[in-house]
Write a protein that binds this ligand. Structure first.
Ligand SMILES: [Ca+2]
Ligand SMILES: [Ca+2]
Length: 485
């Protein structure tokens, strides 16, 4: 199972001279970012370029909250690695992995974000003129703000983005991500990539998936592009043919969990495939390390198995397939999920359009809250998050999921419902627009069409309209009225 060995972190980092105000990682005393003795010119600040440019010193591990750098150069010209497992790093100008050395091979730059947050305030180049890769995994989050980025940015650039878990968000609008100058590759196997939902990004994603620049599970899976679930975003994930449950990179309620997968078709009709199943808390699978993940099924023709999980624990599992031929078993990828107390899911209900009757409007609030029963029965709380003026909204029973709200004035009201299970809080908001009457409310809806003959615009065709018609009967205000008459 050599293909399962997690990314080797034996790449090392650099010694180098002081360059102006820049500061270079030396790893002289430890692997911690926070120790000034590990840097040529002190721990980076927002005015300094942080440089990683050697394979002969330890990988730098982020251990600070609020870490900053002006620029980030990982793999400046002769290798270098930075790993975020916690904390956060904000880079105010550009970030580059794989700066200048084309075909760097062992001396490529490596950035790993498997916890904490990397905020790139400007562009992020993965493989600028050189070779570099970014791995997003586990709970890691990468945000790239404000400027368009590139993978394989220039002709000699060679960049790879591995989204194995966590999330990377490109927030710039228009064309957020260039993939077509140098060599670019994105592989999705458990994490999420999001982009601004622009026509340029949609076109680039479609083309890159067709061109296999974007793949899932190293080409074995499908790339899923969702442009509807999150307003304004394109959400891209990978799906393995096993269609694993729990979802790879997902979360489940701790306790008993069922691992499920979709078996491939047998090579010989009628002869079902069999599976080895591995499950545990270590990503070190057999042959991969000293702590090995236990085998829980051996050559069984099953497609699910029940396991026990503990809260706040990440689990790894894999399924190897026996087709009944010489290549058995065919190794599957390593899936992971986190077992925990789940955050309550809150749906505050559909937005409402209504109107005042005798000076007020009463609206029934119909919410849905679901939770996994941990830690305790949840408690609900409605609050007024926005109203035309203070005190115009009165919620009958703020602690009841289903209650009523009385609204005393026209305008927009935002009501927030929170559900707290003793540990986590989920929330959602419903918007209520109140108009002076039912006609104004009708006119606020998209697609409102006035009735032919509703001359006074009160949404009714009646004598009042007829009176207007009669009062104006045979009047003419054309320039040739005499001819018309
Ligand atoms: Ca819960
Ligand atoms: Ca009318």
């Amino acid at each position: 199972m050599k293909d399962r060995i997690v990314l080797c972190l034996c790449l090392c980092l650099g010694l180098g001279g002081v360059l102006g105000a820049d500061t270079r990682w030396t790893g002289a005393v430890s692997d911690l970012w926070s120790d000034p003795a590990n840097w040529s010119n002190g721990v980076p600040n927002a005015d300094q370029k942080a440089i990683f440019s050697s394979t002969t010193v330890p990988v730098c591990v982020m251990d600070m909250v609020g870490a900053q750098a002006k620029q980030l150069a990982v793999g400046d010209n002769s290798g270098g690695s930075l790993r975020l497992v916690a904390g956060d790093l904000t880079v105010v100008d550009w970030s580059i992995i794989g700066y200048a050395q084309a075909n760097a091979g062992d001396q490529a730059g490596h950035l790993i974000v498997e916890g904490g947050t990397l905020n790139c305030q400007a562009r992020l180049y993965i493989g600028f003129q050189g070779e570099g890769d970014l791995t997003v995994d586990k709970d890691g989050v990468v945000n790239v703000y404000n400027q368009a980025s590139g993978i394989g940015q220039e002709k000699t650039g060679n960049g790879s983005l591995y989204v194995k878990g966590g999330t990377i968000n490109y927030w710039a609008g228009g064309a957020s991500l260039g993939l077509y100058t140098g060599k670019a590759h994105i592989d999705l196997s458990g994490g999420t990539l999001t982009l601004t939902n622009s026509s340029q990004n949609r076109d680039t994603m479609d083309k890159a998936i067709t061109d296999r620049i974007i793949t899932a599970y190293d080409g074995a899976g499908r790339v899923i592009v969702d442009t509807t679930s999150t307003v304004g975003r394109i959400v891209i994930t990978g799906l393995h043919p096993f269609e694993p449950v729990p979802v790879d990179g997902g979360r489940v309620s701790a306790g008993s969990a069922e691992l499920k997968w979709t078996p491939p078709d047998p090579c010989q009709p009628g002869k079902p495939v069999a599976f080895d199943v591995y499950f545990g808390t270590s990503p070190d699978f057999p042959v991969g390390g000293s702590v090995q993940t236990p085998q829980i099924a051996k050559q069984k023709s099953i497609s699910s198995i029940v396991v026990q999980t503990k809260p706040k624990t990440r689990y790894y599992w894999a399924v190897d397939t026996y087709f009944g031929n010489a290549k058995d078993p065919v190794f599957g990828p390593i899936f992971s999920f986190v077992a925990d107390n789940l955050v309550p899911t809150v749906k505050a209900g559909d937005d409402v359009v209504t109107w005042l009757k005798n000076g007020s409007a009463e609206v029934a609030l119909k919410a849905t809250i679901t939770d996994d029963g941990f830690l305790s029965p949840y408690t609900a709380k409605w609050t007024v998050a926005g109203e035309p003026s203070p005190g115009m909204a009165a919620i009958a029973d703020p602690k009841a999921e289903n209650t009523t709200v009385t609204l005393q004035a026209t305008g927009q009201y935002d009501l927030k419902l929170e559900a707290n299970d003793g540990e986590y809080t989920g929330s959602d908001t419903v918007t209520i627009n109140v108009f002076a009457n039912g006609c104004e409310a009708a006119k606020s809806l998209p697609g409102y069409q006035p009735l032919p003959g509703d001359l006074n615009g009160d949404c009714v065709v009646n004598d009042a309209d007829l009176a207007i018609l009669q009062a104006n009967w045979l009047k003419c205000n054309a320039l040739d009225c005499n001819d018309v008459k």
